[in-house]
Design a binder for this molecule. Structure first.
Ligand SMILES: Nc1nc2c(c(=O)[nH]1)N[C@H]1C(S)=C(S)[C@@H](COP(=O)(O)OP(=O)(O)OC[C@H]3O[C@@H](n4cnc5c(=O)[nH]c(N)nc54)[C@H](O)[C@@H]3O)O[C@H]1N2
Ligand SMILES: Nc1nc2c(c(=O)[nH]1)N[C@H]1C(S)=C(S)[C@@H](COP(=O)(O)OP(=O)(O)OC[C@H]3O[C@@H](n4cnc5c(=O)[nH]c(N)nc54)[C@H](O)[C@@H]3O)O[C@H]1N2
Ligand SMILES: [Mo]
Length: 767
């Protein structure tokens, strides 16, 4: 590659955490945010150190036991040596194994869910590549549905308000908040470290500025969360710390005050909602003898009864926006706070008004609160999947451990398929999944685990066949999201690391060995696909009367501004303006405070209206503290954990766990000490930071530090680096959604007094 030395030689590129320019100065990779971004993310600075880090994978590898004994269940995964092989050898072995599994067991035994964020770019998006490959060359695979992000709300919101994306992404915008909102009730906050990220790319980080502008106009922000920094300082928020997992009770307490003081909007409930009477009977205690009043809610949530009642009174008659972070529903009974948030907003009569109502996930990711792109943005076509079996995404271990077992999902009775081969490209289950010790056992059951990775994640280390792939900076692509106006020509700034290849080239070579090259490639090389995908947007731009440059002009310019739709409040706004002409796409056409559909499922863990359901996983003598395992400020999930911003945030090489000074003092823990966090499922080390921004009784350890077992031969090894998923519980939110519950669990924390074990997470494995 040419090494540019002048700023104008920096080339455009994009990541999920921002649009930027990159190039070389004096042999160092330089990354500069897009000049139009008012609040760029520090995560961008993970790139320079990451590009040539020793954690990158340089050549194809095969696990020794698999190579010598052939495919089959094995508890040597993650323990065996790995053997370097040539690309030809690796591809021949893998093509042979794919054909064997297809012929002996059928493609219903291939799990290709391959959940994960991979990298920005419409074409090299690894998940799209692997799905297209499995469909076009083998005929299909068992897929996964919904996300780790929004597993419970993906299912509950359509029952209550309408389709997930239109309801959540395009109803209340940040512009409306700046102009109209008088009170924001921010459940779980809207931390700007979270809206730093948006799948596909974010050209302008506007959230901090929008909250600051709303606050300056007089909008009041109330933060209801266990961490004070879940809202930026600019919001000027009041902080109501609550016991994690109790938001539903707190909202019920507010609802009770509204109902009994006649502050609720009866007209709205009558005209725009169904099921108020059923819910009211529960709220007032007519069903179970327990009124859900503010005192009742205070005993559960730890927030004073007067504060709960006063907040309800303050909200009545105002332009109120109830926002809810994804995190609340990534927990036991995660459906309930989401449903209850919508009901609270309905009682306040706010749904569908500009800057008012309920906006799930506003501020959790940069996708929310933005106007929609008005032109078509292409993705890689996926081909046809002939397999009907699927799992809700977080049920991966359950599936692998219990083939043939029945499970419930959204009113359906389904069966776990019998999986022989798992194919992962663009995700890191040893990052994202709960109870990693259980996940390891689950992966022992399959015949073959195949992983494409850029770096030596724990997932790659547990695989049988590991294929090294390029990082985004090493290839060309097009970045675009349907919530951001900027399309970016992603120019490569470096040659591939070692022998790494693009996912596309790997799949094309496999497809050729399986006799399906044309079906997969359609005769195009990567540049051919970029031209093809770009053309869809170009034609759509022309139809909109917008400037529509040809591909070469776009590529040279580096970016294209796409037009946006008007901000009309989306389907909720249209419904509010005229409920007869624009009914909600729910069974009743209205907001479902009570859902006859859900009620008929008969699930005790998700009844027919929002309900406070006691969680199982609560602090006890053995695990007296709540742990919030939230998103990291210094990286996206586990990506580029070894990059500069992420690595510099560690202490003594370990991930930082925050706790309240009183909880630390009770355990003899001082600032910077290395501590052990443990419960019945596992244990990890972390470095302690003491902070009164953390509610007492709560500790916080972000996700994303790479799993690093002290001794992989053990069944439940200590993770020496600080991955909270050795602690979390692998259970679905409820039978309705079966979502991930990884945000919260309970632990004990103690000072670690042993010899500090070395951290090897970023060292290449033994070969
Ligand atoms: N305890 C707990 N667990 C959680 C959460 C939580 O709140 N608490 N949050 C959950 C949430 S919301 C999510 S979305 C998940 C995220 O889980 P993931 O999306 O699985 O996490 P990432 O680290 O983004 O994984 C992406 C992987 O793709 C690789 N990659 C990047 N580019 C490419 C490429 O071009 N090709 C290939 N083949 N690979 C590439 C990266 O190196 C990385 O290993 O985690 C979930 N896990
Ligand atoms: N920097 C960065 N940003 C990211 C990501 C990342 O990895 N890094 N990941 C992105 C992805 S894929 C997603 S899905 C989103 C996730 O978005 P979220 O799930 O909203 O993000 P978290 O940081 O996990 O959680 C937000 C806050 O919720 C609070 N919280 C936890 N439990 C409770 C509770 O029971 N009640 C209340 N009221 N509050 C609670 C915690 O204090 C936590 O800090 O973030 C996105 N943004
Ligand atoms: Mo997510």
């Amino acid at each position: 590659m040419n090494a540019p030395t002048d700023p104008k030689d920096l080339k455009p590129h994009a990541a999920h955490w921002g649009v930027f320019r990159a190039g070389w100065r004096d042999g160092t990779l330089v990354v500069e945010p897009h000049p139009g971004d008012p609040d760029p993310s520090p995560i961008l600075q993970n790139f320079p150190e990451a590009l040539r880090h020793r954690a990158r994978i340089a050549q194809p590898m095969v696990r020794r036991g698999w190579l010598e004994n052939g495919p089959g269940p094995s508890d040597r995964r993650g323990r065996d040596e790995l053997v370097p092989v040539s690309w030809d050898q690796a591809l021949d072995l893998l093509a042979g194994e794919l054909a064997r599994v297809r012929d002996q067991h059928g493609v219903r035994s291939i799990f290709g869910g391959s959940y994960g964020w991979s990298s920005a770019g419409r074409f090299h998006h690894a998940q799209s590549q692997v799905h297209r490959f499995l469909n076009t060359t083998l005929g299909g695979y068992v897929r996964s549905i919904n996300s780790y992000s929004a597993g419970a709300s993906n299912v509950i919101i359509p029952h209550v308000l309408g389709p997930f994306e239109p309801v959540t992404r395009h109803s209340v915008t940040w512009d409306q908040v700046v102009e109209h909102t008088e009170l924001v009730l921010a459940f779980g906050g809207m931390a700007v470290k979270n809206s730093a990220v948006g799948g596909g790319g974010v050209s302008k980080h506007i959230e901090r500025g929008a909250m600051g502008a709303a606050h300056a106009r007089g909008c009041r922000f109330v933060l209801i969360a266990p961490l004070r920094d879940d809202l930026p300082e600019e919001a000027g928020a009041e902080w109501l710390p609550l016991t994690p997992g109790t938001d539903t009770a707190l909202m019920l307490g507010m609802a009770h005050t509204l109902a009994t003081e006649n502050l609720h909007d009866r007209d709205f409930l009558d005209r725009f909602c169904v099921g108020w009477p059923e819910f009211e009977a529960y709220l007032l205690g007519h069903k179970d003898g327990t009124p859900k009043d503010a005192a009742w809610a205070a005993a559960i949530s730890g927030v004073k009864a007067e504060s709960i009642a006063q907040l309800a009174r303050d909200a009545a008659g105002k332009r109120v926006l109830v926002t809810m972070a994804h995190s609340l529903q990534r927990a036991e009974h995660g459906e309930q706070p989401v449903w209850m948030g919508a009901v609270l907003a309905a009682m306040l009569g706010q749904i569908g008004l500009p800057g008012g109502g309920f906006n799930y996930a506003l501020g959790s990711i940069a996708h929310y609160g933005k106007r929609k792109v008005a032109v078509a943005v292409a993705g890689l076509p996926q081909g046809r999947n002939t397999v009907r079996d699927f799992i809700p995404v977080a049920r991966i271990s359950d599936m692998l451990l219990n083939p043939g077992a029945p499970f419930d999902y959204d009113g359906q009775k389904l069966t776990y398929p019998d999986i022989k081969l798992v194919y992962w490209a663009g995700g890191n289950p040893f990052h994202h999944h709960q109870d990693i010790n259980r996940l390891r056992e689950a992966f022992y059951r399959v015949d073959t685990l195949v992983v494409h990775e850029t770096a030596w994640t724990a997932t790659a280390r547990h695989a049988d066949i590991i294929l090294p792939c390029t990082m985004t900076l090493e290839r060309e692509d097009i970045a675009a999201a349907t919530t951001d106006p900027l399309m970016v020509a992603m120019h490569p700034v470096s040659a591939p690391y070692g022998e790494a290849r693009d996912d596309y080239s790997i799949f094309a070579a496999l497809a050729a060995r399986l006799g399906k090259e044309d079906a997969f490639t359609e005769g195009r090389d990567a540049r051919g696909w970029l031209r093809h995908l770009y053309e869809i947007t170009r034609v759509s731009m022309a139809e909109h009367g917008a400037p529509a440059p040809d591909f070469d002009t776009f590529w040279a310019a580096g970016e294209l501004e796409m037009p946006l739709e008007q901000d009309t409040g989306g389907i909720l706004g249209a419904f509010r303006r005229d409920p007869d002409a624009h009914p909600l796409p729910t069974p009743s056409g209205k907001v479902e405070i009570f859902s006859a559909t859900i009620d008929a499922f008969g699930y005790d863990d998700c009844p027919g209206h929002p309900t406070w359901l006691e969680p199982v996983d609560v602090p006890n003598d053995a695990a007296p503290l709540w742990i919030v395992a939230n998103q990291p400020a210094t990286r996206l999930h586990s990506q580029l954990d070894f990059g500069g911003t992420s690595a510099n945030s560690k202490r003594r090489g370990r991930e930082v766990m925050r706790m309240h000074p009183a909880d630390a003092a009770a355990r003899g823990i001082a600032e910077g000490d290395v501590v052990r966090l443990f419960n019945g499922r596992g244990a990890c080390l972390a470095a302690a930071a003491l902070s009164d921004a953390v509610a007492p009784g709560v500790v916080q350890l972000a996700t994303g530090a790479w799993y690093d077992p002290a001794d992989p031969e053990e069944d439940k090894p200590l993770c020496v680096h600080g991955n909270p998923n050795v602690l979390t519980r692998d259970a679905g939110t409820s039978r309705l959604a079966q979502g991930c519950t990884g945000q919260l669990t309970t632990v004990q924390v103690e000072l670690f007094t042993g010899n500090l074990p070395p951290i090897r997470a970023w060292d290449p494995p033994a070969v």
